[in-house]
Design a binder for this molecule. Structure first.
Ligand code: SF4
Ligand code: SF4
Length: 412
């Protein structure tokens, strides 16, 4: 954001306080500097030399970038963009947190790459972590700094999505769509990616997954590392341009979809689509495929912030869940409320994140559902932790995996 655009956006705020009603951090803390209005007030006090005013770090770091304030702001202030920009200014002065700095260089470095690092971790993870009995994910074996006994981390698989794809046979004559799996699906939840590709195939599409795709950049943008964000964006755009004969770019990750939709200079006529949007466009065929098959488990749904507030997508996932579960799909109270994950926020601000998560777990419990669904791998991990914290039995799953399981029934 340029300085003049930044000033222009800040001036749009009329201090009405409508953002207070929806901010999850404000709901927990009741502190003015935690809500968008308070943060914008503080940001306005930044002088020409970019000297950070007192209380800056606490206020600017304490944000999930959940877009709830933005959705509720009648003046259309680009709040999350301003906060991400404020983090960038902070980073320029104080440098990036060393853990994030190392993680982001792994994201960008093709030689010392993230997949190699995670694969090495998959062999060693059992020394420090143990599998959760009822859920996917791991919890610590021994005391570890910053992580309590209920913190859930994903289990690192030995094979990534790309490894499976090397051996995957696809039927001929299918129409290509470009599939952007995102890092979480690619390296942590490869089955989710295979499920999505399976559904595409049943609909007559071949999901093309170029190996050179990079992280969407959401995590670097949210951390104020604009240089890395720009680099990742450029690399992805280069890949999209290479495949510009394919017009639909689908993703099953709400955060990736939100980040990719913000890319300027997408190849002409190319469109980024969340998988729920894509399936809705092909609903006639999908409804035929599903036919009378139906899930016999009660399910509920949590709106990922980056899908609902970031992309305005609410009806398509619900259409899909009603299609596969019928009356067994039950809405929870406040499905729109953030789950408290917020990228790395759940790790850096454990206490507040947990309080927000406890509300979500309570709303999930109240539905009596066996499965809580959400179209974002980050939310799914947080919801799994929610079940552990609340000592509940429900599991967290992506709608695409439930759909794939249903379509596989009766297919040999
Ligand atoms: S809702 Fe928008 S205009 Fe009102 S105080 Fe919050 S940021 Fe400012
Ligand atoms: S983005 Fe979310 S957490 Fe951050 S100020 Fe807005 S409502 Fe609060």
């Amino acid at each position: 954001m340029t300085s003049s655009l930044w000033q222009q956006e800040l001036k749009k705020c009329v201090k009405c306080g409508a953002c207070m009603a929806v901010c999850p951090i404000y709901r927990q803390t009741g502190r003015e500097e935690m809500v968008a209005r308070g943060k914008l007030n503080l940001i306005e006090r930044l002088n020409d030399k970019n000297e950070l005013p007192p209380g800056w770090i606490d206020a600017i770091d304490n944000c999930l970038l959940c877009c709830s304030c933005e959705e509720n702001c009648s003046k259309g202030v680009k709040i999350t963009e301003i906060i991400a920009d404020a983090r960038h200014r902070q980073t320029e002065q104080l440098g990036l947190n060393p853990i994030k700095k190392s993680a982001f260089s792994l994201l960008k470095n093709r030689f010392l790459s993230l997949p190699r690092f995670l694969k090495a971790g998959s062999f060693l993870q059992w020394l420090l972590w143990r599998r959760l009995p009822r859920h996917s994910g791991l919890v610590r074996r021994l005391p570890l700094p910053g992580l309590d006994e209920k913190t859930v981390i994903p289990s690192l698989p030995r094979r990534h999505l790309d490894d499976y794809l090397k051996k995957k046979q696809t039927a001929s004559g299918l129409k290509p769509v470009l599939y952007f799996p995102g890092c979480a699906t690619r390296y942590l939840y490869p089955q989710m990616g295979l499920d999505l590709l399976y559904v595409l195939e049943r609909l007559g599409f071949k999901g093309v997954v170029p190996e050179e795709l990079n992280c969407c950049g959401m995590v670097t943008w949210g951390s104020g590392d604009q240089k890395s964000n720009q680099e990742l964006k450029e690399r992805n755009l280069e890949t999209f341009r290479k495949h510009s004969d394919i017009k639909d770019i689908v993703t099953g990750c709400a955060s990736c979809g939100h980040a990719l939709k913000e890319y300027e200079d997408l190849p002409k006529e190319c469109e980024i689509l969340d998988i729920s949007e894509f399936l809705f466009r092909h609903r006639e065929k999908l409804e035929q495929l599903v036919g009378a098959k139906q899930l016999d488990k009660k399910i509920t749904y949590h709106d990922p912030c980056h899908l609902r507030k970031g992309q305005g997508i609410t009806s398509q996932p619900r259409w899909l869940l009603k299609l596969i579960a019928g009356e067994n799909f039950i809405e929870m109270r406040h499905p729109e409320r953030c789950c408290g994950a917020g990228g790395t926020f759940g790790l850096s601000h454990k206490e507040i994140s947990r309080e927000i998560l406890a509300e979500k777990a309570h709303d999930t419990d109240a539905t009596g559902a066996e499965i809580v669904t959400s179209g974002c791998p980050g939310c799914l991990l947080q919801l799994t932790e929610g079940a552990v914290v609340a000592d509940s039995k429900w599991q967290a799953q992506h709608p695409i995996s439930l759909l794939a399981d249903l379509l596989r029934r009766g297919v040999s």
